[in-house]
Design a protein around this ligand. Structure first.
Ligand SMILES: CC(C)(COP(=O)(O)OP(=O)(O)OC[C@H]1O[C@@H](n2cnc3c(N)ncnc32)[C@H](O)[C@@H]1OP(=O)(O)O)[C@@H](O)C(=O)NCCC(=O)NCCS
Length: 173
């Protein structure tokens, strides 16, 4: 199979057959993603085999703001941010059932980290944030260094310092 690459969602991409086993995540790329991109609500990037249109996986990112008081003490910034804590929100991440377990989810998450780090060069981005779809999805994120918020166990945050380290280790900013 050709090399898997990640690129911005375009009109040539084939999303109709995508199914990751989670209806909300499947329906977003099939039905909603293009509209959200057109309205500047999200940036969606897709994994494809280079030179082919079939969507093998995708992620969706939006700008976000975190409440400082939600953070556990160890992640609290030393100075008080104004007006809030800048963050990027990973709205969706999914890999087609036929391609799960081949490293594409990891590739997509690392791509989302890279996007978050680059955005942080233009404005303060302290965290990558997401709401896991269910408890079964949480361990996937914990292995990358995400921390669950004590008040909302499905809400996971990844500090910019961890993102920078991961991107530097991957050698692919
Ligand atoms: C979760 C998901 C994105 C993972 O994608 P994937 O391509 O299968 O994952 P990868 O092959 O990149 O796996 C990377 C690592 O994560 C591990 N992993 C995958 N899914 C996991 C899970 N649910 N829990 C714990 N670890 C998991 C793999 O074993 C692998 O570990 P290894 O490197 O030690 O072998 C995919 O299973 C999916 O789309 N699920 C349905 C939609 C969903 O739940 N999305 C998340 C919404 S919050």
């Amino acid at each position: 199979m050709a090399k898997v690459i990640i690129e911005p969602l375009g009109s040539h991409h084939d999303r109709a057959a995508f199914d990751c086993g989670q209806p909300r995540v499947t329906n977003f790329i099939r039905l909603t993603a293009k509209k959200q991109v057109a309205e500047s609500l999200a940036v969606v990037r897709v994994a494809v085999a280079e030179g082919t249109p079939k969507v093998l996986g995708y992620h969706s990112l939006s700008a976000h703001s975190l409440l400082v008081d939600d953070l556990p003490a160890e992640l609290m910034p030393k100075s008080r941010p104004y007006p809030g804590l800048g963050a990027f929100y990973l709205g969706f991440l999914g890999v087609d059932l036929s391609m799960q377990g081949k490293g594409i989810g990891c590739l997509l998450l690392r791509d989302a980290m890279g996007q978050t780090m680059r955005a942080g060069e233009y404005g303060g981005i302290a965290f990558l944030v997401l709401d896991a779809i269910d408890e079964a999805a949480v361990p996937f994120y914990l292995q990358f260094g995400f921390t669950a918020l004590p008040s909302q166990p499905l809400r996971l945050v990844l500090p910019a310092s961890v993102i920078r380290q991961a991107v530097a280790q991957a050698g692919n900013p």
